[in-house]
Write a new protein. Structure first.
Length: 154
C-alpha cells in the first residue's frame, strides 16, 4: 500500500479544494472522472443553532483507520487517485471539515467510490464531535440514518 501521507491527511489547517484536485489529477491523462465531496459545518443540528463544532481524534489511530477505509475503496473500485483530508479542532459554521476526492478512468467508479468513502467516514472514522449551542455543549451521537447509508455497501 502506498504511503498513508499521500492519501490521508488529518490536520487543523483549512484546505484548498481546487489546489488538492489539481495536485491529484496533474499529468495523468488516464483520468476520465474526478469526483469531490466537501463537508461543511452547518449552523444547525436537530433544529438547534450551532455556534461551533470541535472535532477530536486520537493521532495515529485515526490516520490508520482512514487509510484502511481508503484501501477498502481502492480494493472495490478501479481508481487512479484518492485523497481524504479531515480536519480537527474547533470549527465555525461554514468552515470545511472534510475533503474526499476520487479519480478514475470512468465516472461511475468515481461516483460510487466517493459515496462509499463519505458513508464509511461518517460511521467508521474515529472522530468525536462536540457541538456548542449557545451556552450548552453536547457530544454528537451516531445516527441510524448514517448506519443505514453505510450498510448498503456491505
Amino acid at each position: 500500500m502506498p504511503a498513508v501521507d499521500a492519501k490521508v491527511r488529518v490536520q487543523k489547517e483549512d484546505f484548498d479544494t481546487a489546489a488538492e484536485l489539481e495536485k491529484l489529477t496533474a499529468n495523468n491523462p488516464r483520468i476520465g472522472a474526478a469526483v469531490t465531496f466537501t463537508g461543511l459545518v452547518r449552523d444547525f443540528a436537530d433544529n438547534t443553532a450551532v455556534r461551533r463544532m470541535t472535532l477530536e481524534h486520537y493521532p495515529g489511530m485515526t490516520e490508520k483507520q482512514l487509510a484502511a477505509i481508503v484501501a477498502e475503496t481502492e480494493r472495490r473500485w478501479p481508481l487512479d487517485g484518492c485523497l481524504v483530508i479531515h480536519r480537527y479542532g474547533p470549527l465555525e459554521p461554514g468552515e470545511r471539515i472534510v475533503l474526499v476526492i476520487v479519480t478514475s478512468a470512468h465516472r461511475q467508479a468515481a461516483f460510487e467510490a466517493c459515496a462509499f468513502l463519505v458513508d464509511w467516514l461518517k460511521t467508521k472514522a474515529p472522530f468525536w464531535k462536540l457541538e456548542e449551542h449557545g451556552g450548552e455543549r453536547r457530544w454528537v451521537e451516531a445516527k441510524a440514518s448514517d448506519d443505514e447509508a453505510a450498510a448498503r455497501w456491505r
